[in-house]
Design a protein around this ligand. Structure first.
Ligand code: SF4
Length: 481
């Protein structure tokens, strides 16, 4: 049976993540800080629950007439002298941007934070064309220096401590080691500023695209999005079709819930409104502005009655912060630019079937649904994707252990109808595992059960386990008591 290399990688990487207690400590502490900040600003301007309901209603409405809104947006952008390109796939979007950069003679690209550029693997393609690409968001800059992808959609370097970053700067820039965030930020700022001034091509993502006015909105905290979109002569904004909202008056609802849930702020420091290239008499702004609107699986998601809800996501990252799986294994283990709960539901569509194992990487605890600012029912979508995957006639892309697990579950379901047999087997099991048990727990088991106890303890079955109160030796199966 064909096994996806990414699935195999995922199992290995999640085992490594689960064994990395230092990683878990960093993720737990970042997550606790985030929840603390969120609690402080939750109801700052307007009641949070009202904003959530309004934002969801706007997104539902927008998804219902996406075709019409995209036409309206495109007309407005074109009126503002933007060049709009529709990309059906990641390949088309990537090829368009690389070709454009090459034709413009670009040598130095500065990029604002954009998960969609990660989705289309833009950086390696630009680099293959001999063009230098610099990530300018501080977290993205740090992970780029380490040669690794972001591990969180909002906090790309969440897996690193200030000491790790101090060592990185010391090694890469030959500066004295310091773990002080202010000094590290100042060092990065000086270097990034030089790069902005020599950049000839800028790229950012888009948080919201307002159809009514033809305005692209980019929110950020460092000013790098503003500099990437205004200093270079040519600027490209890359957005998924789902980023469109109908009206300018819809925007404040999203700005409020995004800042609160993403970073625990009342509002992000910079809210950039991009409407077109510089006009005659303007002092700054790009000479050319291109907007690449990408589908890449989104239309198919829209046509699926359950999955379409995932297109409401505003990429706040809150579901990652509360997810017990993400907090246990870290973002890199997912082997997708979109990790965590949201990654598990969008990756199979946006990244491809090589990530079809991700909907299974969840405990279905529901914390993601509770925290989501637009109330996306992630557990329901996960179950839907699992069902689709297991109903598919094609062989699934994860290792055959899953089949063994399913066969085991079927066998257990049959046996569970006979409580006496279950008790008898439990008694046998208790005798067999007795040599491995200590204080009621089994810490390690020999093969083929060794994987069970690699990262968790197993409660030892107890001989003579009390009978269920309603059994009294009669069959539960027949409903008699
Ligand atoms: S699914 Fe909800 S919580 Fe998760 S990133 Fe998207 S909007 Fe935020």
């Amino acid at each position: 049976m064909a096994v996806s290399p990414k699935a195999t990688d995922f199992f290995a990487a999640s085992e490594a993540g689960a064994a990395d207690h230092e990683l878990q400590r960093k993720l737990e502490s970042a997550s606790a800080r985030h929840l603390e900040h969120f609690a402080e600003v939750r109801d700052e301007f307007t009641p949070y629950e009202n904003e959530r309901a309004t934002a969801r209603a706007i997104k539902e409405n927008a998804l219902g007439r996406l075709d019409e809104l995209i036409v309206e947006l495109t007309e407005k952008l074109t009126d503002h002298d933007c060049k709009v390109f529709f990309a059906a796939s990641a390949d088309e979007a990537r090829e368009y941007i690389v070709k454009l950069a090459t034709q413009c003679g670009a040598r130095h690209v500065v990029k604002g934070k954009s998960m969609t550029t990660e989705e289309i693997a833009l950086n390696p393609a630009l680099e293959r064309a001999g063009i230098e690409v610099l990530e300018t968001d501080l977290g993205e800059y740090i992970v780029q220096l380490r040669g690794e992808p972001p591990s969180h959609i909002i906090t790309p370097a969440i897996h690193l401590s200030k000491e790790d970053i101090g060592e990185l700067f010391h090694e890469k820039f030959r500066v004295s080691y310091t773990p002080e965030p202010e000094k590290l930020t100042a060092e990065a700022r000086t270097r990034l500023r030089e790069s902005f001034l020599r950049a000839d091509f800028g790229i950012t993502g888009v948080n919201f695209a307002i159809a009514e006015t033809g305005t692209l909105v980019v929110v950020e905290n460092e000013g790098n999005g503003r500099m990437s979109s205004t200093i270079p002569e040519v600027f490209v904004a890359l957005m998924g079709i789902e980023k469109v909202i109908p009206k300018l008056s819809d925007l404040p609802h999203f700005l409020e819930i995004l800042a609160r849930t993403a970073t625990g702020q009342k509002l992000t420091t910079y809210t950039n409104f991009l409407r077109g290239p510089r006009a005659d008499g303007d002092l700054d702004g790009p000479r050319e502005m291109h907007v690449v609107i990408i589908d890449n699986g989104r239309s198919a998601m829209l046509s699926d009655p359950v999955l379409r809800e995932s297109l409401m996501c505003i990429r706040c990252g809150a579901c990652l912060n509360v997810c017990p799986v993400y907090r246990h294994i870290g973002g890199h283990a997912y082997r997708s630019p979109y990790p965590g709960p949201i990654g598990s539901i969008v990756s199979p569509s946006l990244i491809g079937s090589s990530t079809a194992y991700l909907p299974f990487a969840s405990t279905l605890c529901g914390a993601c649904k509770d925290v989501c600012p637009v109330h996306i029912d992630i557990p329901r979508i996960l179950l839907h994707l699992r069902w689709k995957e297991t109903s598919s006639p094609a062989p699934p892309p994860w290792p055959h252990d899953a089949h063994r697990a399913r066969a085991g579950a079927r066998m257990f379901a049959r046996l569970a109808r006979y409580p006496r047999i279950i008790r008898f087997l439990g008694h046998i099991a208790a005798v067999l595992v007795k040599p491995f048990a200590e204080n009621g727990w089994i810490g390690s088991m020999p093969p083929p059960f060794a994987n069970w106890t690699k990262v968790r303890d197993f409660p030892a079955p107890r001989p003579g386990h009390p009978r269920p109160a309603n059994s009294a030796g009669k069959s539960i199966r027949n409903g008699r008591s």
